[in-house]
Design a protein around this ligand. Structure first.
Ligand code: B12
Ligand code: SF4
Ligand code: SF4
Length: 312
């Protein structure tokens, strides 16, 4: 079978709620492999041991789907008004994106593959070892900002990435081009100095990153979390590509995915005294569950102790 047009696939992807879609060949990406190795060697993954274990699997998409010919990259906008009490990163305000986007991508692929008898595919939503940003970059969906986020010049960076490996050889798109120029707003604004130069590239040292400390890290908190209960959005909030602009109507738009709408949270000072049942109800179907019951309470205590005290 020769190269297949991606026109219908793209039409369907937009109809299923994804904002952008692109295709790139299912080949190893040498620059990503080498950047990833350097990052691991510097211990920037902290205690996320699974990232080191995944180094080999990540080197070739055929390790994940032997028949893979193309990688389809999709984005889903999660932008909404920030939550300030408690401070929860925007991506985690609604329903757990892993589940929502896995379902949406499976529905899309069933429809898109109806005419491709015997076609195979595998959906990845931050769920299997693959360089999501690197493939999405080559598929034309965004470029790497100094904060390491994939940035779409027209839309900004408030989006999730979904990849689909497929045995159908869809026609590839051109990689996305762009850059930060002289801007360094995210580097200066990061409360913990987590965006650092490594081998000539800006990278995130997870050990210093509030997102890592409040979501992935077990045990004691090692940095001042600047009031964040779960995740951190500072390096995206300050980015000029995330500010509304008349000449860019798609920039900083609010999400249209109903599932990502904000759920109700108790105030920060209520969280350290939540019972297990209350925590269970609060976090069901939410990405916030990842930090665990003790982890969320630890985050709240750390945030409360970091808040400026009112004068006596
Ligand atoms: C581990 C991880 C983290 C860690 C480390 C983050 C980091 N910057 O490395 C922590 C816990 C800190 C984290 C935080 C967040 N994360 Co996170 N995370 C991941 C995960 C699972 C792996 C990332 C990774 O491998 N990092 C190591 C570095 C070295 O890899 P990388 O960032 O992919 O960088 C690549 C490029 O530099 C590339 N490269 C270098 N040179 C070249 C040249 C060319 C030509 C090419 C093609 C590529 C290339 O190679 C590198 C390796 O792929 C991905 C999902 C996935 N499977 O990819 C989500 C992911 C990156 N996270 C995501 C999100 C949303 C977040 C947060 C915003 C959540 C929050 N609000 O708290 C923050 C943002 C912090 C930040 N500034 O990055 C999204 C990002 C979407 C986007 N628009 O970019 C992802 C893609 C999940 C998803 N499916 O949507 N995350
Ligand atoms: S998520 Fe927060 S702590 Fe992590 S790099 Fe961005 S600004 Fe710094
Ligand atoms: S804030 Fe500036 S330096 Fe940082 S990613 Fe955005 S444009 Fe690049």
């Amino acid at each position: 079978m020769g190269v297949t047009s991606s026109a219908r696939l793209k039409e369907l992807a937009l109809a299923h709620g994804f904002e952008t879609v692109g295709v790139t060949p299912a080949l190893p990406i040498e620059q990503a492999i080498s950047a990833y190795r350097t990052w691991l060697k510097a211990d920037y993954h902290g205690e996320m041991e699974y990232l080191a274990r995944h180094e080999l699997a990540k080197s070739d998409p055929k390790n994940l789907l032997p028949s893979a010919k193309a990688v389809i990259a999709l984005t889903a906008n999660y932008n909404q008004e920030p939550s300030n009490d408690p401070k929860v990163a925007r991506y985690a305000l609604g329903r757990d994106y892993h589940k929502v986007l896995m379902r949406a991508a499976q529905r899309l692929m069933k429809e898109a593959m109806a005419d491709h008898e015997g076609a195979e595919w595998r959906v990845c939503v931050d769920s299997i070892p693959i360089f999501e940003r690197a493939y999405a970059n080559l598929a034309g969906l965004g470029w790497f900002g100094k904060n390491t986020m994939l940035i779409d010049s027209k839309r900004g960076s408030w989006f999730f990435i979904v990849l689909v490996l497929t045995s159908v050889e869809f026609a590839p798109d051109a990689p996305a081009l762009g850059g930060c120029g002289n801007c360094r707003a995210c580097i200066d604004a990061c409360p913990t100095g987590a965006i650092v130069q490594l081998d000539g590239r800006w990278q995130v040292d997870s050990r210093r990153c509030i997102s890592y400390q409040t979501i992935e890290k077990k045990g004691d908190m090692e940095v001042d979390t600047a009031g964040w209960l779960f995740g951190c959005d500072v390096c995206q909030e300050v980015c000029p590509f995330n500010q509304p602009r008349e000449s860019q109507p798609d920039r900083a738009k609010q999400t249209t995915w109903k599932d990502f709408g904000r759920r109700a949270f108790p105030e920060l000072n209520r969280i350290p005294v939540l019972t297990h049942e209350e925590w269970d109800r609060l976090t069901q179907g939410s990405a916030i569950r990842r930090s665990g019951y003790e982890g969320l309470k630890r985050n709240a205590r750390a945030s409360l102790s970091a808040l400026p005290r009112p004068p006596d």
